[in-house]
Design a protein around this ligand. Structure first.
Ligand code: NIG
Ligand code: FE
Length: 424
């Protein structure tokens, strides 16, 4: 298939983009891309590719932007129930951590999720993943963390694997058994930490080795926060996970700064996420490491708070910055990564080009898949979007809607309800 006549073909070619390099979109005006099966074969000006591949099946992009599929490297997309009542409490002034402390928040979703069958989890999550996919996310990381007991955590992992198999998207699983202290261990957080290390992680490893065929091990993540896991407990869990061979992630500095960001850099985690209250020295140690900083602007927005990840500080320090939705029932129920891009432009002070690179090639790096996805280059997987606009800056400028005209995943086109190109 040869897609041609893109007003702007955003290749975003090259390695993940560090510091002030962020925003290099590698634009080919009147661009074209050729792919065979699921692999990109050639990229260049339309005139050149049309002449070189006269027999290829053609798709006329008709002046639309063509870009790599968006990558969402941080979601809690799988859960049961909702927290609409807590939303009202928050609007009346209760904080996220107060609600968690009183047994609500994550723990209320845990109660609903423990009761759900795998079929119920798959069905409810599938609807959300379709929303994400329709809005352009072709690869989506999904965390467990609403079981907080071995059986339900593994059921969530199984549901993620089943959804990955059934849907057009590609899912990247993350084990987040350390999302909150399980209610049974309310008065003994250390005992729950030990349970994660001694029972859950080995059980996950065994499940993985016996049930999946040659699939890379899932990530292991920890919520390092007041009221969840302290720094020593986070270190204990991540070091144990690393000893078992799991790649690492961390939720750090979302509300309080406990030192999780620097821990991520020290342990060579793939990413450290949230980073709202990170200090200058956390920023410096992350920037000096290979760990990707993931900003989640939907979260403070969803909580009606005013503090966002200081993205420009990470860039000035030379860090690798990415973006994700954080889709979850408590802080930000929004499947639309285009919305995160729009929020990042306004509140993290990124340009549209920076936000787009952060949500493609750098997001791929945050899940260690940058060799295969996140840019349009020969040899990479054909994960592509056609947008209903001819100037990429409309992504960021406009918000709340959907600019995606068509999604191509692994070379296969998934038709979406037709929308006309708005000529600019
Ligand atoms: O990333 N911080 C922890 N986890 C989520 C919220 C999950 C929830 O409230 O259910 C987050 O914001
Ligand atoms: Fe999160």
């Amino acid at each position: 298939m040869l897609i041609h006549s893109a007003s702007q073909l955003l290749t975003i070619a090259g390695p993940p983009q560090r510091g002030q390099e962020l925003g290099r979109l590698g634009i080919i005006p009147d661009g074209a891309v050729l792919f065979e099966g699921s692999t990109i074969q050639a990229v260049g000006p339309s005139a050149e590719l049309l002449a070189s591949y006269p027999d290829a099946e053609r798709l006329d992009a008709g002046g639309m932007v063509v870009m790599p599929g968006l990558v969402d490297p941080h979601t809690h997309a799988i859960w049961a129930g909702d927290r609409a009542a807590e939303f009202e409490l928050k609007l009346q002034g209760k904080t996220y951590l107060e609600i968690l402390e009183s047994g609500g928040g994550i723990l209320s979703t845990v109660r609903a999720t423990r009761q759900a069958t795998i079929q119920q989890l798959v069905k409810q999550t599938s609807a959300r993943l379709w929303q994400a996919f329709r809005h352009g996310a072709t690869t989506i990381e999904v965390k467990t963390g609403y079981g907080l007991e071995t059986e339900t955590e593994l059921r969530m992992i199984e549901a993620i694997l089943q959804l990955d198999h059934e849907g057009p998207w590609e899912l990247v699983p993350t084990f987040l058994g350390a999302h909150a202290i399980a209610p049974e261990y309310k008065d003994d957080p250390q005992a729950y930490t030990d349970l994660v290390c001694r029972e859950m992680l080995p059980a996950l490893k065994e499940f993985w080795e016996t049930s999946t065929f040659n699939r890379p091990l899932p990530f292991v993540d920890v919520f390092c926060e007041t009221g969840a896991f302290n720094l020593a407990q986070s270190r204990q869990i991540l070091e144990q996970a690393q000893a078992l061979g799991f790649p690492l992630k961390i939720h750090a500095d979302e509300f309080d700064n406990l030192g999780g960001a620097s821990l991520a850099a020290e342990l060579h985690a793939a990413s450290a996420d949230h980073l709202v209250t990170s200090s200058e020295s956390d920023i410096a140690s992350l920037a000096a490491s290979g760990t990707v900083a993931v900003g989640l602007p939907g979260t403070p927005f969803g909580l009606a708070e005013n503090h966002y990840t200081p993205a420009q500080k990470f860039l000035e320090a030379g860090g690798l910055l990415s973006l994700a939705t954080d889709l979850n029932p408590g802080t930000t129920w929004c499947e639309n990564l285009q919305m995160s891009i729009a929020l990042a432009c306004r509140y993290m002070k990124l340009s549209p080009a920076q936000a787009i690179a952060a949500a493609t090639i750098n997001a791929a790096a945050a899940i260690q898949r940058e060799d295969r996805i996140g840019s349009i280059e020969p040899g990479k997987q054909a994960d592509l979007l056609l947008l209903n606009v001819s100037d990429y800056r409309h992504l960021g400028y406009r918000y709340g809607g959907n600019l995606v005209n068509a999604v191509i995943k692994r070379g296969k086109r998934f038709p979406l309800p037709a929308a006309e190109l708005e000529v600019q």
